[in-house]
Design a protein around this ligand. Structure first.
Ligand code: GDP
Ligand code: IMO
Ligand code: MG
Length: 425
């Protein structure tokens, strides 16, 4: 059985949630392997919209087993809120349906304070984080001072670690950032008060995956964010703090790298970005507004307006290479309806040269000029079309040209937010 990794090929919000939900139907286990509640994955089912931040998008399928891997940073308070809110809409979440790795690092209130303090201390160079404490939590993990989910079973350890963490962080809060210190006793108490609700979810994810594999289960790995937000390969420093590329599905869940057989790159038919950082094909005109309006491009986590621009095949070429993308799901093609021409960026002009891949120096992306090719646009509503051949010629030509430019096959074409608004080729 193929195991599929779903990753975003751009700067996030490509429609990963929709594809995970759709493919969950044929999957037994769905695993989140990185990021945290900076993600916002939207699923539309009939007139019911669900936005998931932490819990895998497979949860809407009653038979699927969902797992949160060691690579995720989990805010335990947000997790319980999400469980409760799913419960209110009739989706039962309990340890029989969902497991959390013992090794998952926890986001605590001081990570959020640090995130906000760092952002407000920056002047022109703000990153535009989601403010969810993601970066500071990963920092603590790397500094080997993080609190992990398994620690909840040992209250004295939680207390000792939090006391030590705050001894350092409170100095920064009060002396550098001018904010209030946090009381370690209160932070520990609040966390330990909810520990009994989290502990029943703890599982050994790698063993569970191994057992599932033995039974021939199909495993789906749900990526968050996008390739160009990757901490190593993204537009550093305007990135998130985890590896978002497909290979991290192995590390972030504890499965062997040879078990990742299909890498499905989700590509929006144009480009969007939330937060700061270079964006070569960004549009500041009526076309950009049309994409923003027709695509309802507002962040699913922070509600911020998403910046919009033409499809950038230079970034996508890099994404195919960085992830080993075997198939593409092209989403939101319906949004391009009404444009007389569609531009696609095929290369960059940089310091007098034409380059097919992004330049490597910090912020060099801000200095490139996109080289565009123009393709004919199309009109009318394509959201009810179910076969590739029935799509307008201009849409078919656009899809084929993308395949040539990025050297990967487009397997799924999404023409609307609903599960069934998807063409399988
Ligand atoms: P994710 O973070 O990658 O899961 O994406 P988001 O959920 O943040 O943003 C994608 C948005 O586009 C959501 O509101 C989806 O419901 C919507 N969407 C997904 N695919 C399509 C599509 O093909 N057409 C349209 N019009 N909307 C889509
Ligand atoms: P999904 O999974 C789009 C962006 C933030 C900011 C940068 C760093 O829904 O695609 P962070 O809070 O992670 O430290 O912020 O990353 N960002 C996202 N942009 N979609 C996301 O997730 C994102 N998660 C983080 O806007 O620019
Ligand atoms: Mg999103």
């Amino acid at each position: 059985m193929p195991n599929t990794v779903i990753i975003g090929a751009q700067w996030g919000d490509e429609g990963k949630g929709k594809l995970v939900d759709m493919l969950s139907e044929q999957s037994d286990v769905i695993v989140r392997f990185q990021g945290g509640n900076n993600a916002g994955h939207t699923i539309l089912c009939g007139d019911k919209q669900t936005i998931l931040h932490l819990i895998p998008s497979g949860i809407l399928h009653p038979k699927a087993r969902c797992l949160i891997g060691n690579g995720v940073v989990l805010d335990p308070f947000v997790f319980l809120e999400e469980v409760a809110s799913l419960g209110e809409s009739g989706i039962r979440v309990d340890p029989s349906r969902l497991g959390i790795s013992y090794k998952t690092h926890l986001i605590l209130p001081y990570h959020k304070v640090m995130d906000a303090a760092r952002e407000s201390a920056r002047t022109k160079d703000k990153i535009g984080t989601t403010g969810r404490g993601i970066g500071p939590c990963y920092e603590d993990k790397m500094a080997r001072v993080g609190i992990r989910a398994c620690d909840l079973m040992t209250p004295s350890l939680v207390h000792a670690k939090i006391t030590r963490a705050l001894a350092e962080k409170n100095v920064l809060f009060t002396h550098l950032y001018g904010c209030k210190p946090l009381d370690p006793a209160k932070v520990s108490e609040d966390l330990l008060a909810i520990a009994p609700k989290i502990i029943p979810y703890l599982v050994n994810v790698e063993v569970e995956l191994k057992e599932a594999e033995k039974k021939g289960a199909r495993i789906l790995f749900e990526g968050a964010q996008g390739t160009h937000l990757d901490i190593d390969h993204g537009t550093y420093p305007f990135v998130t703090s985890s590896n978002t590329v497909a290979a991290n599905a192995a590390i972030g869940s504890g499965i062997g790298a040879n078990k990742l057989t299909q890498i499905l790159g989700i590509v929006k038919a144009y480009t969007t970005r939330v937060g700061e950082g270079a964006f070569p094909t960004e549009l500041f005109d009526a076309t950009g507004e049309l994409l923003q309006r027709q695509g309802h491009e507002f962040g699913a986590t922070t509600g911020r307006k998403r910046r919009c621009g033409w499809l950038d095949c230079v970034l996508l070429r890099a994404s195919v290479c960085l992830n080993g993308i075997t198939d593409i799901a092209l989403t939101k093609l319906d949004v391009l309806s009404g444009l007389s021409t569609i531009k696609v960026c095929t290369a960059y002009s940089y310091k007098g040269e034409i380059i097919p891949y992004p330049p490597q120096q910090e912020n060099a992306l801000a200095e490139v000029e996109p080289v565009y090719e123009e393709l004919p646009g199309f009109d009318g509503d394509i959201s009810g079309i179910h076969t590739f051949d029935a799509l307008p010629q201009a849409v078919q030509a656009y899809v084929r040209r993308i395949e040539e430019l990025v050297a990967a096959p487009v397997r799924y074409i999404s023409v609307g937010p609903e599960r069934n608004q998807t063409i399988v080729r």
